[in-house]
Design a protein around this ligand. Sequence first.
Ligand code: PLP
Length: 380
Amino acid sequence: MEQHNIAFNIPPHTGRELEYIEQAIKNRKISGDGEFTAKCNAWLEEQTGANRVLLSTSCTHALEMSALLGQIREGDEIILPSYTFVSSGDAFVVRGAKLVFVDIRPDTMNIDEKLIEDAITERTKAILVVHYAGVACEMDTIMDIAKRHNLLVVEDAAQGVLCSYKGRALGTIGDFGCYSFHETKNFSMGEGGALVLKDTAYVEEAEIIREKGTDRKKFFRGEVDKYQWVDWGSSYLPSELNAAYLWAQLECADKITTDRMNSFNEYYEGLKDLEQKERITLPYIPKECEHNAHMFYFKCRDLEERTKLLGFLKESGILAVFHYVPLHSSKAGRRFGRFHGEDRFTTSESERLVRLPMYYGLTEDDRAFVIEKVREFFGT
Ligand SMILES: *Cc1c(COP(=O)(O)O)cnc(C)c1O
């Protein structure tokens, strides 16, 4: 029998990465904000309509920059889902914030917008939304709540690059948007991300924070004749070598998205009747949301069935995985946060969720084999 070995993720590589990295070396510019960083920023601004996009060293760091820009202080409360990656909370916890977790919607696995208002106190400073699998949260409702209560909205759009909600790019709806270009994301630079600013209000301050609290950016633009330490900040500027890698990916963004979308649609079609037979639940994409096939997940009956399924797939040479352990049940999550209201779906839905192999270049044969094995597990 043919031995399969299907990875869960393979970092994207489209062909010109080394050429561009070599170009950066020839440019004698391997620190940040050279030709490639500028190209990536400009391209992302054009695609998203954001006023400014600034490549950063990670999405986690873009979230940290948001916390600095939003003046998050000791004792401030941040409302967020518990079903997310640790960075969504950690970036605010390092500023002394308290996390207030609210439940998710079982259909999209996103924060339940109807539960947010009840969690607001006089200490609430921001709502942190996570667009799970690149499928948008109910942003009109969330922005309306934020406006009425004078709260900041930070979008963890780590998975939502080139996705949209009612025609607006994810990351450009709230006050701050945060992208990830980690090797597990659709477009990659190894480790990296971007801060997205929808309007001009925070641009100058963000440039200062990103450059160790200096006005170096102004200096390079010739606006001041000497650069100085002017405010707080850190080192959030990625190397040109990483930006060069990313540029090769962004140039091929359509190709990457089409390829992933094909895999997503194949999986969906191949498993559709299992949903009709009520064996699994397939992902739901609200009609106002355009996604990027970042992930293909489905939900089985419960934790026990999922454990068996993952084991069965592994034995067949397929690496399928589960996802977040809810933050409120982790050691740090209990210390830095509290769950507001009832955990109706966060724990139970996360325990049912399975992610299938998904990466740029996943072959038709491999996809078909994954579908075949999932079907075999469910006896169809
Ligand atoms: C990947 C991811 C992050 C972290 O991204 P980094 O670039 O590795 O810091 C944060 N939030 C979510 C939802 C993610 O998927």
